[in-house]
Design a protein around this ligand. Structure first.
Ligand code: ZN
Length: 229
């Protein structure tokens, strides 16, 4: 399957094109829809070819553009059960941080966020773990990867390309995300993904990396440049 990375700062959106359909993974933050649509059109994707808007988890920088993109292509928005509810509580937008800088940012966020309204995630389809996506024209399966959020859902193609949302970030080196809602669950998800031996790992923030690099994932503090993007 063909993979196109569309940068919608601070997030990556991915366009996954199979023979029978296209999936858009994480359409990005509010305002990103025009960029996503322009790149899809440039790649020759007709709106009716898009069969699924796959949201990895209920954070605004991943799902914020979902409904505008849906307005263009009409495809259903999917998420794991519970992530829509998770997205409604503003405190979940930044789960507990693994670094001091992340904690400070979270503290400011909790102080200021009541002033800003935002739309919660509204999925049309709830996808379970280990679900084949053939009905959307994509040769891939879902893989539940909780830790960053309770219902983080990745997908792995038959060729071994894994789209993991914020299970890791890769700005300087592949690292643990700054924010984790459940550290133990994250460790289990990391081991789970590693056991699947993905060929390439596509992250929500930063560069894709080879599956072989999963043997060494750095702690969150190694994300030296995380705040630049
Ligand atoms: Zn996130």
């Amino acid at each position: 399957m063909e993979i196109l990375r569309i940068e919608v700062p601070p997030t990556n959106c991915y366009l996954l094109r199979g023979r029978e359909g296209v999936a858009l993974i994480d359409p990005g933050p509010p305002g990103a829809a025009t960029t996503v649509i322009a790149h899809a059109q440039e790649a020759g994707v007709r709106p009716e070819a898009v069969r699924l808007i796959f949201v990895t988890h209920g954070h605004l920088d991943h799902y914020g553009a979902a409904h505008q993109v849906q307005g263009w292509c009409g495809a259903p928005v999917s998420a794991y059960p519970g992530e829509a509810e998770f997205s409604r509580d503003r405190r979940n937008a930044l789960p507990p941080a693994q670094t001091l800088r992340g904690s400070l940012l979270r503290w400011f966020y909790l102080l200021l966020s009541p002033l800003a309204g935002f739309e919660p995630l509204q999925p049309d389809v709830l996808l379970p773990d280990d679900q084949a996506l053939s009905e959307y024209g994509i040769r891939a399966r879902t893989v539940l990867l909780p830790g960053h959020s309770p219902g983080s859902l990745g997908l792995i193609t038959d060729e071994g390309d894994a789209f993991v949302g914020d299970l890791f970030a890769n700005y300087a080196v592949p690292s643990q995300p700054i924010y984790l809602s459940d550290r133990k669950a994250w460790e289990r998800s990391y081991e789970h993904l590693r056991a699947l031996h993905p060929r390439t790992v596509y992250v929500g923030h930063g560069e894709p990396f080879e599956g072989g690099k999963l043997d060494h994932i750095y702690p969150a503090r190694y994300q030296l440049r995380w705040w630049v993007r």
